[in-house]
Design a protein. Structure first.
Length: 161
């Protein structure tokens, strides 16, 4: 009889990262662009975490509020349920929430935790993510940028050795 060794946390995270389906962005009322919703991210990740018996405990490390803007910094402890001592902490992730009433903190936490999950598991979400695809100025800027080697050559050329 062969006793199977339980998977390590790193093995489980690797499996989740490479088997997680892409996230579908959607439109919402009043927003002129597509968004990646918390529910979409949570629904995809939660299934994988349950299947592989991984627990994630998010923690707010810092939070501030200035007017209607709330900022948080979070990390998360990830635990292998099958081997509870097999754990790690990932982060820090920032989040912000803008709200006139008392919902700014919750929005900021949801934003930070959503991006923690998306970046941890390298989820693909399309071309409207907060990236070079959604910033037309970046495309123009890339054409005029010097390569790192060219910048080093220019800077080293002026140094006395």
């Amino acid at each position: 009889m062969t006793i199977e060794k339980p998977m390590s946390l790193v093995e489980k995270l690797h499996l989740i990262t490479h088997s997680l389906e892409g996230i579908q962005q959607g439109k919402t009322n009043g927003v002129p662009y597509k968004i990646t919703s918390w529910n979409e991210v949570n629904d995809k990740v939660k299934v994988q975490l349950n299947e592989l018996r991984v627990l994630i405990i998010p923690r707010v490390l810092e939070h501030t509020k200035e007017g209607n803007l709330t900022l948080v910094k979070m990390n998360a402890e990830i635990i292998n349920v099958d081997i509870p001592d097999d754990r790690m902490v990932v982060g820090d992730y920032a989040g912000h929430g803008i709200d006139q009433s008392d919902k700014g903190f919750g929005k900021a936490c949801s934003y930070a935790y959503k991006y923690l999950l998306m970046k941890l598991f390298m989820t693909s979400i399309g071309t409207e993510e907060d990236s070079e695809f959604s910033n037309p100025q970046t495309k123009a800027t890339k054409k005029t940028k010097q390569s790192t080697a060219e910048m080093l050559d220019d800077n080293i050329g002026g140094l006395e050795l």
